[in-house]
Ligand binder design. Sequence first.
Ligand SMILES: [Zn+2]
Length: 254
Amino acid sequence: MRIVEKSCPQEKYSAKCPYTRTPRFVVVHNTGNDAPAENEAAYMQRREEEVSFHFAVDEDKAVQCLPLDRNAWASGDGRGPGNMYGIHVEICRSLSGGERFTKAEQNAARLTAGLLKRYGWGPGQVKKHQDFDGKYCPHRTLDLGWQRFLNLVKAELERLNKKEEPKLTEAQVKEIARKEAQAVFAGEFARRNPTYDTLEQAPEYWREEIRLLLDQGVLKGSGKGAGGAVRLDLTRSEAKAAVLVARALKSRET
Ligand SMILES: [Zn+2]
């Protein structure tokens, strides 16, 4: 389903959506006529009356016609919670019903699930116009069964969540664990066997021997490092071996 933006001209904000707010739930409506979503949106924006909604949905698209961080005049409760905090979704083609309406409702369920996901809401944050002023709206959705519509939303929400977190096979889980273990081991190994670039980085108790080996040209390092000093490029395990050899040779001399 496509979501098309048809922004409300700013000069109409004072009539259509004067208050900024953070939305708290979705409110579902039926338009009560057979017009497609584009027409519903255009008609709403054209008129001067304080009547408005955020989305009109038909069998092939959702048209967003107000910013979601602004209120709408849709649920007949004045400055009550419905108008002030709802994201109002009008389901089109509700007068005659039939296949177009069925598809529009399915699209509305998909749109609603997307909004729940986006705001981190649950199915409890899907309301009907009727909840706020008692009007029998969304009329055809109510005729067909409100719980049925909520189930459509839940199914769409599950589908969205599944899409994001594909189920892993046991082999994939083991592969991830193996890579994790490798990374930990590599880190641990580097920590236990650091590379010394300067004599000062080597442990003090080995420096004398390392200096001697450098002087004798046994250790050559790998070129000049910062400040012209020899770059040792010696791992801890190499340094240890070199020192042990140097000490062994020294004890033979004496
Ligand atoms: Zn309504």
